[in-house]
Design a protein around this ligand. Structure first.
Ligand SMILES: Cc1cc2nc3c(=O)[nH]c(=O)nc-3n(C[C@H](O)[C@H](O)[C@H](O)COP(=O)(O)OP(=O)(O)OC[C@H]3O[C@@H](n4cnc5c(N)ncnc54)[C@H](O)[C@@H]3O)c2cc1C
Length: 567
Protein backbone atom coordinates (compact mmCIF):
# COMPACT_ATOMS: atom_id res chain seq x y z
CA UNK A 1 0.00 0.00 0.00
CA UNK A 2 1.67 3.19 -1.14
CA UNK A 3 1.44 6.26 1.08
CA UNK A 4 0.07 8.73 -1.44
CA UNK A 5 -2.79 11.16 -1.08
CA UNK A 6 -4.93 12.12 -4.05
CA UNK A 7 -5.17 15.79 -4.90
CA UNK A 8 -8.62 16.29 -6.24
CA UNK A 9 -8.48 19.73 -7.78
CA UNK A 10 -5.89 21.76 -9.61
CA UNK A 11 -4.05 24.41 -7.64
CA UNK A 12 -4.53 27.81 -9.16
CA UNK A 13 -3.03 30.89 -7.56
CA UNK A 14 -5.21 33.20 -9.63
CA UNK A 15 -8.29 31.94 -7.77
CA UNK A 16 -7.75 32.75 -4.12
CA UNK A 17 -11.11 33.65 -2.62
CA UNK A 18 -11.37 30.01 -1.57
CA UNK A 19 -9.23 26.91 -1.03
CA UNK A 20 -9.98 25.45 -4.48
CA UNK A 21 -11.35 26.98 -7.65
CA UNK A 22 -14.72 25.34 -6.98
CA UNK A 23 -14.90 26.95 -3.53
CA UNK A 24 -17.77 26.13 -1.20
CA UNK A 25 -19.97 25.01 -4.11
CA UNK A 26 -17.96 21.79 -4.32
CA UNK A 27 -18.74 20.75 -0.76
CA UNK A 28 -21.86 22.59 0.44
CA UNK A 29 -22.99 22.09 4.02
CA UNK A 30 -25.62 19.37 4.38
CA UNK A 31 -29.07 20.59 5.47
CA UNK A 32 -28.82 19.02 8.94
CA UNK A 33 -25.48 20.79 9.55
CA UNK A 34 -26.94 24.14 8.54
CA UNK A 35 -29.94 23.59 10.81
CA UNK A 36 -27.64 22.77 13.72
CA UNK A 37 -25.46 25.81 13.01
CA UNK A 38 -28.46 28.16 12.96
CA UNK A 39 -29.88 26.79 16.19
CA UNK A 40 -26.53 26.79 17.98
CA UNK A 41 -25.02 30.11 16.85
CA UNK A 42 -27.94 32.31 15.79
CA UNK A 43 -26.85 32.27 12.14
CA UNK A 44 -29.56 33.70 9.92
CA UNK A 45 -30.68 32.32 6.56
CA UNK A 46 -28.77 33.72 3.63
CA UNK A 47 -25.94 33.11 1.27
CA UNK A 48 -22.75 35.10 0.83
CA UNK A 49 -20.74 33.36 -1.91
CA UNK A 50 -17.48 34.83 -3.19
CA UNK A 51 -18.08 37.26 -6.05
CA UNK A 52 -16.07 37.35 -9.27
CA UNK A 53 -12.46 38.39 -8.77
CA UNK A 54 -12.73 40.64 -11.84
CA UNK A 55 -14.39 43.38 -9.73
CA UNK A 56 -11.63 43.53 -7.11
CA UNK A 57 -9.48 46.67 -7.09
CA UNK A 58 -5.84 45.98 -8.05
CA UNK A 59 -3.50 48.95 -8.35
CA UNK A 60 -1.32 49.31 -11.44
CA UNK A 61 2.10 47.70 -11.12
CA UNK A 62 4.70 50.10 -9.73
CA UNK A 63 7.64 47.98 -10.91
CA UNK A 64 10.04 50.29 -12.75
CA UNK A 65 10.71 49.17 -16.34
CA UNK A 66 14.45 49.01 -15.63
CA UNK A 67 13.83 46.51 -12.82
CA UNK A 68 11.43 44.47 -14.96
CA UNK A 69 13.99 44.25 -17.75
CA UNK A 70 16.74 43.23 -15.32
CA UNK A 71 14.52 40.51 -13.79
CA UNK A 72 13.56 39.28 -17.27
CA UNK A 73 17.27 39.13 -18.03
CA UNK A 74 17.60 36.56 -15.24
CA UNK A 75 14.44 34.44 -15.54
CA UNK A 76 13.17 35.26 -19.02
CA UNK A 77 10.25 37.53 -20.01
CA UNK A 78 7.71 34.74 -19.62
CA UNK A 79 8.64 34.34 -15.95
CA UNK A 80 8.02 37.95 -14.91
CA UNK A 81 4.24 38.25 -14.66
CA UNK A 82 2.61 41.67 -14.49
CA UNK A 83 -0.96 40.67 -15.35
CA UNK A 84 -3.73 41.48 -12.90
CA UNK A 85 -4.84 37.91 -12.11
CA UNK A 86 -1.34 36.61 -11.38
CA UNK A 87 -0.66 39.53 -9.05
CA UNK A 88 -4.08 39.30 -7.40
CA UNK A 89 -3.45 35.61 -6.76
CA UNK A 90 -0.37 36.44 -4.67
CA UNK A 91 -1.86 39.27 -2.56
CA UNK A 92 -1.63 37.24 0.59
CA UNK A 93 -2.19 33.90 2.23
CA UNK A 94 -5.26 31.90 3.16
CA UNK A 95 -6.33 33.09 6.60
CA UNK A 96 -9.97 34.00 7.22
CA UNK A 97 -9.01 37.68 6.98
CA UNK A 98 -7.17 37.07 3.68
CA UNK A 99 -10.22 35.36 2.23
CA UNK A 100 -12.58 38.09 3.44
CA UNK A 101 -10.31 40.75 1.94
CA UNK A 102 -10.38 38.93 -1.38
CA UNK A 103 -14.15 38.72 -1.18
CA UNK A 104 -14.64 42.41 -0.35
CA UNK A 105 -11.63 43.98 -2.06
CA UNK A 106 -10.86 46.08 1.05
CA UNK A 107 -7.25 46.11 2.25
CA UNK A 108 -5.84 44.15 -0.70
CA UNK A 109 -2.11 44.61 -1.32
CA UNK A 110 -1.10 43.06 -4.65
CA UNK A 111 2.58 42.59 -5.53
CA UNK A 112 3.82 44.66 -8.46
CA UNK A 113 5.02 41.52 -10.26
CA UNK A 114 5.33 37.78 -9.84
CA UNK A 115 8.78 36.34 -10.58
CA UNK A 116 9.18 32.62 -11.27
CA UNK A 117 12.83 31.47 -11.17
CA UNK A 118 13.69 27.95 -12.35
CA UNK A 119 16.95 27.26 -10.50
CA UNK A 120 18.67 28.15 -7.21
CA UNK A 121 21.20 30.18 -9.22
CA UNK A 122 18.37 32.25 -10.72
CA UNK A 123 16.93 32.86 -7.23
CA UNK A 124 20.30 34.24 -6.18
CA UNK A 125 20.50 36.52 -9.21
CA UNK A 126 16.91 37.73 -8.70
CA UNK A 127 17.89 38.83 -5.19
CA UNK A 128 20.91 40.65 -6.59
CA UNK A 129 18.69 42.52 -9.05
CA UNK A 130 16.20 43.39 -6.31
CA UNK A 131 18.97 44.78 -4.08
CA UNK A 132 20.27 46.86 -6.98
CA UNK A 133 16.81 48.23 -7.86
CA UNK A 134 15.55 48.58 -4.27
CA UNK A 135 12.68 46.11 -4.73
CA UNK A 136 11.09 44.20 -1.84
CA UNK A 137 10.82 40.42 -2.22
CA UNK A 138 8.13 38.18 -0.73
CA UNK A 139 9.16 34.50 -1.02
CA UNK A 140 5.99 32.64 -2.01
CA UNK A 141 5.60 28.87 -1.66
CA UNK A 142 2.08 27.46 -1.55
CA UNK A 143 0.70 30.76 -0.28
CA UNK A 144 -1.10 28.98 2.59
CA UNK A 145 0.20 31.23 5.36
CA UNK A 146 -2.53 32.08 7.87
CA UNK A 147 -0.53 34.77 9.69
CA UNK A 148 0.09 37.32 6.92
CA UNK A 149 3.44 35.72 5.98
CA UNK A 150 3.00 36.27 2.24
CA UNK A 151 1.10 39.56 2.32
CA UNK A 152 2.69 41.69 -0.39
CA UNK A 153 4.05 44.48 1.81
CA UNK A 154 6.41 46.94 0.18
CA UNK A 155 7.93 48.49 3.32
CA UNK A 156 10.10 51.45 2.28
CA UNK A 157 11.01 49.90 -1.12
CA UNK A 158 10.08 51.16 -4.59
CA UNK A 159 8.02 48.09 -5.45
CA UNK A 160 7.40 44.55 -4.23
CA UNK A 161 7.62 41.28 -6.12
CA UNK A 162 6.26 37.87 -5.15
CA UNK A 163 9.10 35.39 -5.69
CA UNK A 164 7.07 32.29 -6.52
CA UNK A 165 9.13 29.10 -6.13
CA UNK A 166 6.69 26.87 -8.05
CA UNK A 167 9.26 26.00 -10.72
CA UNK A 168 11.81 24.74 -8.20
CA UNK A 169 9.88 21.49 -8.20
CA UNK A 170 12.47 18.73 -8.44
CA UNK A 171 13.72 15.85 -6.35
CA UNK A 172 17.44 16.62 -6.50
CA UNK A 173 18.83 13.42 -5.00
CA UNK A 174 18.07 10.41 -2.83
CA UNK A 175 20.60 8.69 -0.57
CA UNK A 176 18.76 5.48 0.36
CA UNK A 177 21.62 4.29 2.56
CA UNK A 178 21.52 7.38 4.78
CA UNK A 179 17.78 7.88 4.16
CA UNK A 180 18.21 11.47 3.03
CA UNK A 181 16.37 13.10 0.11
CA UNK A 182 17.12 16.57 -1.23
CA UNK A 183 14.01 18.37 -2.50
CA UNK A 184 13.77 21.78 -4.10
CA UNK A 185 11.84 24.38 -2.13
CA UNK A 186 8.86 24.68 -4.48
CA UNK A 187 7.90 20.99 -4.36
CA UNK A 188 4.34 20.72 -3.05
CA UNK A 189 3.68 18.17 -0.33
CA UNK A 190 1.66 15.75 -2.52
CA UNK A 191 4.40 15.83 -5.15
CA UNK A 192 7.03 15.23 -2.47
CA UNK A 193 5.14 12.09 -1.40
CA UNK A 194 4.76 10.99 -5.03
CA UNK A 195 8.46 11.55 -5.84
CA UNK A 196 9.62 9.83 -2.65
CA UNK A 197 7.01 7.09 -3.01
CA UNK A 198 8.73 6.03 -6.25
CA UNK A 199 11.73 5.15 -4.05
CA UNK A 200 9.60 3.42 -1.42
CA UNK A 201 10.05 6.38 0.93
CA UNK A 202 7.86 8.93 2.71
CA UNK A 203 8.44 12.24 4.42
CA UNK A 204 5.43 11.74 6.69
CA UNK A 205 4.56 15.45 6.80
CA UNK A 206 0.79 15.85 6.54
CA UNK A 207 -0.42 19.28 7.66
CA UNK A 208 -4.01 20.14 6.86
CA UNK A 209 -2.64 22.45 4.16
CA UNK A 210 -0.95 19.41 2.55
CA UNK A 211 -2.53 19.88 -0.88
CA UNK A 212 -1.07 23.33 -1.51
CA UNK A 213 1.92 23.90 0.79
CA UNK A 214 5.58 23.47 -0.19
CA UNK A 215 8.83 22.13 1.22
CA UNK A 216 10.35 25.63 1.42
CA UNK A 217 7.25 26.96 3.18
CA UNK A 218 7.35 24.14 5.74
CA UNK A 219 10.99 24.89 6.53
CA UNK A 220 10.45 28.64 6.64
CA UNK A 221 7.59 28.29 9.15
CA UNK A 222 8.60 25.29 11.31
CA UNK A 223 5.47 23.49 10.28
CA UNK A 224 3.93 20.57 12.18
CA UNK A 225 1.94 17.86 10.39
CA UNK A 226 -0.90 15.73 11.71
CA UNK A 227 1.46 12.76 12.19
CA UNK A 228 4.02 14.80 14.13
CA UNK A 229 4.03 12.31 17.03
CA UNK A 230 5.33 9.62 14.69
CA UNK A 231 7.41 11.51 12.15
CA UNK A 232 8.31 14.67 14.06
CA UNK A 233 7.81 18.33 13.29
CA UNK A 234 9.22 19.57 10.01
CA UNK A 235 12.37 20.99 11.58
CA UNK A 236 13.09 17.53 13.04
CA UNK A 237 13.26 16.22 9.46
CA UNK A 238 15.70 18.82 8.16
CA UNK A 239 19.27 17.61 7.68
CA UNK A 240 20.53 20.52 5.61
CA UNK A 241 19.47 23.64 3.73
CA UNK A 242 20.53 25.80 0.83
CA UNK A 243 19.47 29.43 1.00
CA UNK A 244 20.01 32.41 -1.30
CA UNK A 245 20.60 35.65 0.59
CA UNK A 246 21.34 39.20 -0.53
CA UNK A 247 24.97 38.68 0.62
CA UNK A 248 25.46 35.33 -1.12
CA UNK A 249 24.41 31.70 -0.90
CA UNK A 250 24.45 29.95 2.49
CA UNK A 251 24.61 26.13 2.77
CA UNK A 252 24.01 24.48 6.13
CA UNK A 253 24.23 20.95 7.51
CA UNK A 254 26.99 18.43 6.80
CA UNK A 255 26.37 15.64 9.32
CA UNK A 256 23.53 14.11 11.37
CA UNK A 257 24.80 15.82 14.50
CA UNK A 258 27.51 18.31 15.26
CA UNK A 259 29.17 20.16 18.12
CA UNK A 260 30.58 22.79 15.79
CA UNK A 261 29.05 25.70 17.65
CA UNK A 262 25.37 26.66 17.70
CA UNK A 263 23.17 24.90 15.16
CA UNK A 264 22.71 27.67 12.59
CA UNK A 265 20.11 25.64 10.69
CA UNK A 266 17.75 26.69 13.46
CA UNK A 267 18.17 30.31 12.35
CA UNK A 268 16.97 29.44 8.87
CA UNK A 269 14.12 27.20 10.05
CA UNK A 270 11.33 29.61 10.92
CA UNK A 271 12.98 32.60 9.23
CA UNK A 272 9.80 33.18 7.17
CA UNK A 273 11.55 34.59 4.12
CA UNK A 274 13.10 37.46 6.08
CA UNK A 275 16.71 36.21 6.02
CA UNK A 276 16.91 34.53 2.63
CA UNK A 277 15.14 32.32 0.13
CA UNK A 278 15.43 28.59 0.82
CA UNK A 279 16.07 26.82 -2.47
CA UNK A 280 16.77 23.23 -1.41
CA UNK A 281 16.17 21.16 1.72
CA UNK A 282 17.91 17.88 2.61
CA UNK A 283 15.36 15.81 4.50
CA UNK A 284 15.42 12.71 6.64
CA UNK A 285 13.00 10.26 5.03
CA UNK A 286 11.56 6.92 6.13
CA UNK A 287 10.41 3.77 4.38
CA UNK A 288 6.81 4.28 3.27
CA UNK A 289 4.41 2.44 5.57
CA UNK A 290 2.67 -0.61 4.14
CA UNK A 291 0.09 -0.90 6.91
CA UNK A 292 -1.88 1.59 8.93
CA UNK A 293 -4.68 1.51 11.47
CA UNK A 294 -6.71 4.45 12.75
CA UNK A 295 -9.13 4.07 15.65
CA UNK A 296 -11.55 6.28 17.56
CA UNK A 297 -12.24 6.39 21.29
CA UNK A 298 -14.42 8.57 23.48
CA UNK A 299 -13.07 9.73 26.82
CA UNK A 300 -15.34 11.26 29.45
CA UNK A 301 -14.14 14.82 29.99
CA UNK A 302 -11.35 17.02 28.67
CA UNK A 303 -9.22 16.67 31.80
CA UNK A 304 -9.27 12.90 31.49
CA UNK A 305 -8.52 13.14 27.75
CA UNK A 306 -5.54 15.38 28.45
CA UNK A 307 -4.35 12.88 31.05
CA UNK A 308 -4.49 10.07 28.45
CA UNK A 309 -2.40 12.02 25.94
CA UNK A 310 0.08 13.07 28.63
CA UNK A 311 0.47 9.49 29.78
CA UNK A 312 1.09 8.36 26.18
CA UNK A 313 3.62 11.15 25.63
CA UNK A 314 5.49 10.65 28.88
CA UNK A 315 5.64 6.89 28.47
CA UNK A 316 6.79 7.44 24.85
CA UNK A 317 3.89 5.50 23.40
CA UNK A 318 2.13 8.22 21.39
CA UNK A 319 0.48 6.90 18.26
CA UNK A 320 1.85 8.38 15.01
CA UNK A 321 -1.32 10.46 14.89
CA UNK A 322 -2.66 11.36 18.32
CA UNK A 323 -5.55 13.78 18.37
CA UNK A 324 -7.87 14.71 21.24
CA UNK A 325 -10.93 16.94 20.69
CA UNK A 326 -12.59 18.78 23.55
CA UNK A 327 -16.35 18.53 24.19
CA UNK A 328 -17.27 21.36 21.82
CA UNK A 329 -15.15 20.03 18.96
CA UNK A 330 -16.59 16.56 19.53
CA UNK A 331 -20.11 17.98 19.51
CA UNK A 332 -19.46 19.84 16.24
CA UNK A 333 -17.91 16.78 14.56
CA UNK A 334 -20.88 14.66 15.55
CA UNK A 335 -23.42 17.33 14.57
CA UNK A 336 -21.83 17.91 11.16
CA UNK A 337 -21.69 14.21 10.33
CA UNK A 338 -25.42 13.85 11.14
CA UNK A 339 -27.77 11.01 10.20
CA UNK A 340 -28.73 7.82 11.98
CA UNK A 341 -25.18 7.04 13.06
CA UNK A 342 -25.10 10.28 15.08
CA UNK A 343 -28.30 9.38 16.91
CA UNK A 344 -27.03 5.88 17.58
CA UNK A 345 -23.70 7.21 18.88
CA UNK A 346 -25.40 9.70 21.22
CA UNK A 347 -27.64 6.96 22.58
CA UNK A 348 -24.69 4.59 23.03
CA UNK A 349 -22.63 7.19 24.89
CA UNK A 350 -25.61 7.97 27.14
CA UNK A 351 -25.96 4.31 27.89
CA UNK A 352 -22.27 4.13 28.81
CA UNK A 353 -22.73 7.10 31.16
CA UNK A 354 -20.47 9.47 29.22
CA UNK A 355 -21.53 13.03 30.09
CA UNK A 356 -18.78 15.03 28.46
CA UNK A 357 -17.61 13.11 25.38
CA UNK A 358 -14.17 13.95 24.00
CA UNK A 359 -13.10 12.19 20.81
CA UNK A 360 -9.62 10.66 20.76
CA UNK A 361 -8.23 9.49 17.41
CA UNK A 362 -5.12 7.33 17.37
CA UNK A 363 -3.43 6.30 14.12
CA UNK A 364 -0.50 3.94 13.67
CA UNK A 365 1.54 3.43 10.53
CA UNK A 366 4.27 0.83 10.09
CA UNK A 367 6.40 -1.12 7.67
CA UNK A 368 4.71 -4.39 8.60
CA UNK A 369 1.84 -5.79 10.62
CA UNK A 370 4.02 -6.97 13.49
CA UNK A 371 5.52 -3.54 14.09
CA UNK A 372 2.06 -1.99 13.99
CA UNK A 373 0.58 -4.55 16.38
CA UNK A 374 3.43 -3.97 18.81
CA UNK A 375 3.10 -0.15 18.78
CA UNK A 376 -0.70 -0.33 19.05
CA UNK A 377 -0.70 -2.80 21.94
CA UNK A 378 1.76 -0.68 23.93
CA UNK A 379 -0.39 2.45 23.48
CA UNK A 380 -3.70 0.72 24.17
CA UNK A 381 -2.40 -0.69 27.44
CA UNK A 382 -2.12 2.92 28.62
CA UNK A 383 -5.33 4.19 27.00
CA UNK A 384 -7.48 1.46 28.57
CA UNK A 385 -6.45 2.45 32.08
CA UNK A 386 -8.59 5.58 31.48
CA UNK A 387 -11.73 3.53 30.65
CA UNK A 388 -12.55 5.01 27.24
CA UNK A 389 -15.45 3.98 25.06
CA UNK A 390 -13.98 2.23 22.02
CA UNK A 391 -15.46 3.32 18.68
CA UNK A 392 -13.22 1.14 16.54
CA UNK A 393 -11.57 1.68 13.20
CA UNK A 394 -14.65 3.11 11.40
CA UNK A 395 -14.40 6.31 13.44
CA UNK A 396 -10.61 6.44 13.00
CA UNK A 397 -10.78 5.78 9.27
CA UNK A 398 -13.51 8.38 8.87
CA UNK A 399 -11.21 10.98 10.45
CA UNK A 400 -8.31 9.91 8.19
CA UNK A 401 -10.51 10.03 5.11
CA UNK A 402 -11.64 13.60 5.90
CA UNK A 403 -8.39 14.94 7.27
CA UNK A 404 -7.82 17.43 4.44
CA UNK A 405 -11.50 18.43 4.18
CA UNK A 406 -11.28 21.33 6.67
CA UNK A 407 -10.36 24.04 4.13
CA UNK A 408 -13.24 23.01 1.86
CA UNK A 409 -15.67 23.09 4.78
CA UNK A 410 -14.38 26.56 5.59
CA UNK A 411 -15.24 27.72 2.06
CA UNK A 412 -18.77 26.41 2.55
CA UNK A 413 -19.09 28.14 5.95
CA UNK A 414 -17.89 31.44 4.49
CA UNK A 415 -20.56 31.10 1.79
CA UNK A 416 -23.37 31.02 4.37
CA UNK A 417 -22.16 34.05 6.35
CA UNK A 418 -20.00 32.46 9.04
CA UNK A 419 -16.82 33.84 10.57
CA UNK A 420 -14.58 30.79 11.03
CA UNK A 421 -10.93 30.93 12.03
CA UNK A 422 -8.33 29.03 14.01
CA UNK A 423 -5.40 29.89 16.26
CA UNK A 424 -2.89 27.77 18.07
CA UNK A 425 -0.41 27.81 20.93
CA UNK A 426 1.52 25.33 23.08
CA UNK A 427 2.39 25.13 26.72
CA UNK A 428 3.53 22.75 29.45
CA UNK A 429 1.17 20.11 30.79
CA UNK A 430 0.78 21.88 34.13
CA UNK A 431 -0.47 25.02 32.34
CA UNK A 432 -2.76 23.31 29.81
CA UNK A 433 -6.00 23.51 31.85
CA UNK A 434 -5.64 27.23 32.61
CA UNK A 435 -4.60 28.18 29.07
CA UNK A 436 -7.39 26.13 27.49
CA UNK A 437 -9.90 27.88 29.69
CA UNK A 438 -8.50 31.43 29.32
CA UNK A 439 -8.22 31.33 25.52
CA UNK A 440 -11.71 29.84 25.18
CA UNK A 441 -13.03 32.51 27.51
CA UNK A 442 -11.27 35.31 25.62
CA UNK A 443 -12.58 34.15 22.24
CA UNK A 444 -16.09 33.52 23.53
CA UNK A 445 -16.36 36.92 25.22
CA UNK A 446 -14.96 38.82 22.25
CA UNK A 447 -17.20 37.09 19.70
CA UNK A 448 -20.45 37.11 21.66
CA UNK A 449 -22.88 39.81 20.50
CA UNK A 450 -26.67 40.19 20.23
CA UNK A 451 -27.84 37.37 17.96
CA UNK A 452 -24.35 35.84 17.77
CA UNK A 453 -23.40 32.88 19.95
CA UNK A 454 -19.91 31.63 19.15
CA UNK A 455 -18.82 28.01 19.29
CA UNK A 456 -15.20 27.83 20.46
CA UNK A 457 -13.60 24.42 20.24
CA UNK A 458 -10.15 23.00 20.77
CA UNK A 459 -7.98 19.97 20.10
CA UNK A 460 -4.55 18.67 20.93
CA UNK A 461 -2.80 17.12 17.95
CA UNK A 462 0.88 17.65 18.79
CA UNK A 463 2.07 16.27 22.12
CA UNK A 464 5.48 16.15 23.78
CA UNK A 465 6.81 14.77 27.03
CA UNK A 466 6.58 18.18 28.68
CA UNK A 467 3.46 19.65 27.09
CA UNK A 468 1.25 19.98 24.04
CA UNK A 469 -0.23 22.34 21.50
CA UNK A 470 -3.75 23.71 21.85
CA UNK A 471 -5.53 24.38 18.55
CA UNK A 472 -8.69 26.51 18.76
CA UNK A 473 -11.39 26.97 16.15
CA UNK A 474 -14.08 29.62 16.50
CA UNK A 475 -17.35 29.69 14.55
CA UNK A 476 -19.78 32.59 14.83
CA UNK A 477 -22.20 34.44 12.54
CA UNK A 478 -20.17 37.02 10.63
CA UNK A 479 -20.54 40.72 11.41
CA UNK A 480 -21.42 41.99 7.91
CA UNK A 481 -20.41 45.55 8.82
CA UNK A 482 -16.96 44.73 10.18
CA UNK A 483 -15.99 41.12 9.39
CA UNK A 484 -12.24 41.74 9.68
CA UNK A 485 -12.42 43.77 12.90
CA UNK A 486 -14.73 41.16 14.44
CA UNK A 487 -12.04 38.49 14.15
CA UNK A 488 -9.05 40.76 14.82
CA UNK A 489 -10.48 41.84 18.18
CA UNK A 490 -11.09 38.22 19.17
CA UNK A 491 -7.61 37.20 18.04
CA UNK A 492 -6.03 40.04 20.03
CA UNK A 493 -7.92 38.95 23.15
CA UNK A 494 -6.73 35.36 22.68
CA UNK A 495 -3.12 36.49 22.08
CA UNK A 496 -3.30 38.55 25.26
CA UNK A 497 -4.42 35.46 27.18
CA UNK A 498 -1.48 33.51 25.72
CA UNK A 499 1.03 36.31 26.30
CA UNK A 500 -0.07 36.48 29.94
CA UNK A 501 -0.07 39.40 32.29
CA UNK A 502 3.09 40.94 33.74
CA UNK A 503 5.46 39.88 30.98
CA UNK A 504 5.39 36.14 31.70
CA UNK A 505 4.00 34.23 28.69
CA UNK A 506 1.65 31.35 29.54
CA UNK A 507 2.32 29.70 26.19
CA UNK A 508 3.97 30.37 22.86
CA UNK A 509 2.31 32.85 20.57
CA UNK A 510 2.42 30.19 17.84
CA UNK A 511 3.13 26.46 17.85
CA UNK A 512 3.26 25.97 14.06
CA UNK A 513 1.51 28.75 12.14
CA UNK A 514 4.56 31.06 12.45
CA UNK A 515 4.77 34.79 13.16
CA UNK A 516 4.11 36.68 9.90
CA UNK A 517 2.49 40.05 10.44
CA UNK A 518 -0.16 38.83 12.86
CA UNK A 519 2.02 37.58 15.71
CA UNK A 520 4.82 40.09 15.22
CA UNK A 521 3.57 42.52 17.87
CA UNK A 522 3.71 39.65 20.41
CA UNK A 523 7.13 38.22 19.56
CA UNK A 524 9.33 40.44 21.75
CA UNK A 525 7.24 39.46 24.75
CA UNK A 526 8.16 35.84 24.10
CA UNK A 527 11.82 36.08 23.07
CA UNK A 528 12.70 39.17 25.08
CA UNK A 529 14.36 42.40 23.98
CA UNK A 530 17.77 40.69 23.74
CA UNK A 531 16.32 37.97 21.54
CA UNK A 532 14.62 40.56 19.35
CA UNK A 533 17.88 42.49 18.93
CA UNK A 534 19.75 39.28 17.99
CA UNK A 535 17.17 38.56 15.27
CA UNK A 536 17.45 42.13 14.08
CA UNK A 537 21.27 41.89 13.93
CA UNK A 538 21.13 38.66 11.89
CA UNK A 539 18.63 40.29 9.55
CA UNK A 540 20.93 43.28 9.04
CA UNK A 541 23.90 40.98 8.32
CA UNK A 542 22.10 38.83 5.73
CA UNK A 543 19.79 41.45 4.23
CA UNK A 544 21.52 44.80 4.77
CA UNK A 545 19.10 46.84 2.64
CA UNK A 546 16.01 45.11 4.03
CA UNK A 547 14.47 43.81 0.80
CA UNK A 548 13.32 40.47 2.21
CA UNK A 549 9.69 40.15 3.33
CA UNK A 550 9.30 43.55 5.04
CA UNK A 551 6.91 43.74 7.96
CA UNK A 552 7.11 40.03 8.85
CA UNK A 553 8.61 38.25 11.85
CA UNK A 554 11.42 40.62 12.90
CA UNK A 555 10.23 42.94 15.68
CA UNK A 556 12.34 45.90 14.58
CA UNK A 557 12.58 48.34 17.48
CA UNK A 558 10.73 51.57 16.89
CA UNK A 559 8.97 50.39 13.72
CA UNK A 560 5.16 50.34 13.59
CA UNK A 561 3.78 46.84 13.95
CA UNK A 562 1.45 47.01 10.98
CA UNK A 563 2.43 48.18 7.52
CA UNK A 564 0.51 51.35 6.66
CA UNK A 565 -0.57 49.80 3.32
CA UNK A 566 -2.85 47.46 5.25
CA UNK A 567 -5.87 49.27 6.54
C1 LIG B 1 -6.40 25.41 5.76
C2 LIG B 1 -5.01 25.50 6.32
C3 LIG B 1 -4.54 24.48 7.13
C4 LIG B 1 -3.25 24.56 7.68
N1 LIG B 1 -2.80 23.52 8.43
C5 LIG B 1 -1.53 23.55 8.91
C6 LIG B 1 -1.02 22.45 9.67
O1 LIG B 1 -1.70 21.44 9.86
N2 LIG B 1 0.25 22.54 10.11
C7 LIG B 1 1.03 23.63 9.85
O2 LIG B 1 2.18 23.64 10.26
N3 LIG B 1 0.56 24.68 9.17
C8 LIG B 1 -0.69 24.67 8.69
N4 LIG B 1 -1.16 25.73 7.97
C9 LIG B 1 -0.29 26.91 7.76
C10 LIG B 1 0.57 26.81 6.49
O3 LIG B 1 0.09 25.83 5.64
C11 LIG B 1 2.00 26.49 6.85
O4 LIG B 1 2.54 27.63 7.49
C12 LIG B 1 2.91 26.10 5.68
O5 LIG B 1 4.14 25.71 6.23
C13 LIG B 1 3.15 27.17 4.68
O6 LIG B 1 3.71 26.58 3.51
P1 LIG B 1 3.58 27.33 2.12
O7 LIG B 1 4.41 26.61 1.13
O8 LIG B 1 2.16 27.53 1.75
O9 LIG B 1 4.26 28.72 2.48
P2 LIG B 1 3.76 30.18 2.16
O10 LIG B 1 2.43 30.41 2.74
O11 LIG B 1 3.93 30.47 0.72
O12 LIG B 1 4.85 31.01 2.99
C14 LIG B 1 4.87 30.96 4.39
C15 LIG B 1 6.05 31.82 4.87
O13 LIG B 1 7.28 31.22 4.47
C16 LIG B 1 7.97 32.05 3.55
N5 LIG B 1 8.49 31.18 2.52
C17 LIG B 1 7.80 30.36 1.69
N6 LIG B 1 8.66 29.68 0.91
C18 LIG B 1 9.90 30.08 1.25
C19 LIG B 1 11.21 29.76 0.80
N7 LIG B 1 11.41 28.87 -0.16
N8 LIG B 1 12.26 30.39 1.36
C20 LIG B 1 12.08 31.30 2.34
N9 LIG B 1 10.87 31.65 2.80
C21 LIG B 1 9.80 31.04 2.27
C22 LIG B 1 6.97 33.07 3.07
O14 LIG B 1 7.57 34.28 2.68
C23 LIG B 1 6.07 33.21 4.28
O15 LIG B 1 6.64 34.08 5.21
C24 LIG B 1 -2.44 25.69 7.41
C25 LIG B 1 -2.92 26.69 6.57
C26 LIG B 1 -4.19 26.61 6.04
C27 LIG B 1 -4.68 27.69 5.13
Amino acid sequence: MCHTVAVTEAIDHTVRGSWTPAGGARSPLPAHALRWLRARTGLEEGSTPAGPSSVLPVAESALPESARAALAGVVDDANVLLDRDSRLGRTGGLSYVDLIRRRSGAGLAAPDAVVLPETPAQVQRVLDVCVEHDIAVVPFGGGTSVVGGVTALRGDKRAVVALDLAQLDRLVSVDPVSRIAVLQAGVRAPDAERLLGAHGLTLGHFPQSFERATIGGFAATRSAGQASSGYGRFEDMVEGLRMATPVGEWRLGVAPASAAGPDLRQLVLGSEGTLGVITEVALRVRPAPTVRRYEGFVVDGWERGVAVVRALAQQRELADVTRLSDMDETEVSVALSGGLKTKALRAYLNLRGVDRPCLLVLGWEAEDGRELAWKRAAALRIVHTFSPVTLGSTAGESWRHNRFAGPRQRDALLDVGVCVETLETATHWSAIPALWSSVRGALTDALTAPGRRPVVMCHISHAYETGASLYFTAIVPRDPDDPVGQWQRAKAAACQAIAGAGGTPVGTITHHHAVGTDHRPWLSGEIGEVGASVLDAVKRRLDPTGILNPGKLIPTPGQADQDPQIG
